[in-house]
Design a protein around this ligand. Structure first.
Ligand code: ASP
Length: 579
């Protein structure tokens, strides 16, 4: 006995006249007074079964009981439909199975939602994920994911990378998030941290002579969940020894192209444009700019020095956007509100009307040189933010994105990939007042910037790079520090004394002292990459069993309280915080 001869989406005219057995789920059942039609579905599609009491009285009796999502097995003759019943919108639409034998293989309780229903509540979908997974959308997404991951693996293997597994249970790895701790029964009071990434292990592999490593790695980070982030995620993790930055970028560009090709999409043009961090912040006010539209920020700081307009004169940074629309007062008030939400004190403007006239409360304070510098075509508006550089960048970056979308400037047909290079090595941690890493503490300084680590950390640039697609950060990497003295310097600049550095990273400093080759790598976040490839708005649509924003899993009910004896064994006493 076999369960099926074909899948439900496979019967065609060529099979007419054959006796076939099909098995699948009931997508729909229609009873036409004795004659019962059943759409039998699996992931390949749907075939119509026709149960006729004149053909099989037993099958007709069974057919009465069928409800949606019952699993059926049906044997019968595959028949060409009469011309008026052919359904051209279905690939199997010119055939149907006239049933001789019918078996209900498995029943279903009433369904919490129908599979063809739109806008089903997400928590409900996740609670009944096994049903949701049967929808065309989820079938398509998870299969797209598998196809892309297979293509990535193929590309990595072709490029000479070796797949090596690294531990999930480890010591803390600093990637900027909190660790998930795992208590250890055999050593009460000791904890593993779940790896935030394989960072140090992959560097150890380089020191261990594997010059091209990769892994589809699971990482765990305890941080707030967002549309594009959850506690555990997968990344294409890779590292190369004796590699320049260009070597690493080239590997990733090939991987992206192979991913597009695997799902039949035209790959983006290679190589991807490269932009320095400084340039990105100046022109787009963001380190992950969306380059599907032009709208660029311009600098007016020089020309406004000594301005009669006090707001400009008193600000350390004045920048502006020329927007291709002459805004009304009401629109300007809304834009000012928006700018204030992002931290601006106000929003100065010059409206260049279609008639050629300029509307602006500040124009009268501006010198001819300023007016010339800010001149713009009729039918446009110059919007200014004057403040500290960081605030100006943030506000104009947000305004640029907002206006790009509002005014329909974003070219949805375009796929804009690019690299951001030369990030700062350090940033100030506002809580502790200490220097902390921008990427992670193993990122190498830019050549020639080694001395700045101690003398001027604020100006030290790094060899960190990010890959951006349509304004989304797909991943980060860097050329690493491969000298223990430089590594120690970086730890010190971050306020770590030698003892602390030794306790946290002693083994790694040791490894750096035993023949560490120059090396660098990258990690590409797969969830986000696949969600974008699949055209999905969030990563949960491309993860089989995701968690919701609170971090909980509606399917299993995890996380859950531990039993008393489990806690005793681990030597753990739980103190529940006061509500
Ligand atoms: N470890 C980094 C991350 O997981 C990636 C890298 O630097 O290779 O984001």
């Amino acid at each position: 006995m076999s369960w099926r001869d074909l899948r439900c989406g496979e019967p065609r005219g060529d099979h007419v006249g054959r006796t076939l057995t099909l098995a699948g789920w009931t997508a729909r059942r229609r009873d036409h007074g004795g004659l019962v039609f059943v759409d039998l579905r699996d992931h390949t599609g749907v075939t119509q079964l026709v149960v006729n009491p004149e053909r099989s009285a037993v099958a007709a009796e069974i057919a009465k009981e069928i409800r949606n999502e019952f699993v059926l097995r049906a044997t019968g003759a595959l028949v060409a439909r009469s011309p008026e019943t052919v359904n051209p919108s279905m690939p199997t639409g010119d055939v149907e199975l006239h049933v001789d034998e019918l078996e209900i293989v498995s029943r279903s309780t009433p369904l919490p939602f129908q599979l063809d229903e739109d806008n089903v509540d997400e928590v409900l979908r996740l609670r009944y994920r096994w049903l949701d997974l049967r929808t065309e959308r989820m079938q398509r997404n998870l299969r797209t994911r598998a196809t892309v991951v297979a293509a990535i693996r193929r590309s990595m293997e072709e490029q000479g990378f070796v797949d090596v597994w690294t531990p999930g249970l480890t010591l803390g790895t600093p990637e900027g998030a909190r660790d998930f701790l795992v208590p250890v029964r055999l050593q009460p009071g000791s904890f593993f941290a779940l790896a935030q990434s394989p960072q140090l292990f992959k560097q150890a592999l380089m020191i261990g002579g594997f010059d091209r490593y990769y892994q589809i790695a699971t990482c765990w980070r305890d941080e707030d969940l967002r549309a594009d982030r959850q506690f555990e995620f997968r990344q294409l993790d890779l590292e190369l020894a004796f590699a320049t930055r260009e070597d690493v970028l080239d590997v990733l560009e090939r991987v992206v192209a192979a991913s597009f090709e695997s799902i039949g999409r035209e790959p983006p043009e290679l190589p991807f444009p490269r932009l320095s961090y400084e340039e990105a912040m100046l022109r787009y006010g963001s380190d992950k700019p969306d380059l599907r539209f032009e709208l660029e920020i311009q600098d007016g700081t020089g020309v406004t020095r000594g301005s009669e307009f006090g707001v400009f004169a008193g600000a350390s940074c004045v920048r502006f956007l020329v927007v291709p629309k002459a805004f009304s007062r009401g629109e300007l008030a809304n834009l000012e509100e928006f700018a204030k939400e992002w931290g601006a004190k106000g929003l100065a403007y010059l409206v260049h009307d279609e008639s050629g006239a300029t509307r602006s409360p500040v124009a009268k304070f501006l010198s001819p040189a300023e007016l010339e510098a800010f001149a713009a075509p009729p039918g446009s508006t110059t919007l200014f933010v004057a403040d500290e550089r960081r605030v100006v960048e943030r506000v104009l970056g947000a305004l640029r994105l907002h206006l790009g979308r509002e005014l329909g400037l974003v070219d949805d047909e375009r796929e804009a990939f690019h690299w951001i290079l030369d990030f700062p090595l350090f940033q100030l941690d506002e809580d502790t007042g200490r220097w902390t890493f921008v990427h992670h503490p193993f990122t190498g300084p830019l050549e020639g910037h080694e001395d700045l680590i101690e003398s001027d950390p604020a100006s030290a640039l790094s060899q960190h790079y990010d890959l951006i697609w349509n304004g989304w950060e797909l991943g980060s990497g860097s050329i690493r520090i491969h000298r223990s003295d430089v590594q120690e310097q970086v730890f010190r600049a971050m306020g770590m004394d030698d003892e602390e550095a030794k306790a946290k990273f002693g083994w790694f400093l040791n490894a750096l002292q035993m023949g560490a080759p120059p090396h660098g790598g990258f990690a590409l976040g797969l969830d986000r990459f696949v969600a974008l490839l699949a055209g999905e708005p969030n990563i949960r649509e491309v993860i089989a069993f995701p968690k919701v924003a609170s971090g909980a899993d509606p399917l299993t009910g995890a996380p859950a309280k531990a039993r008393g004896e489990q806690l005793d064994e681990l030597g753990i006493r739980v103190i529940v915080p006061e509500p």
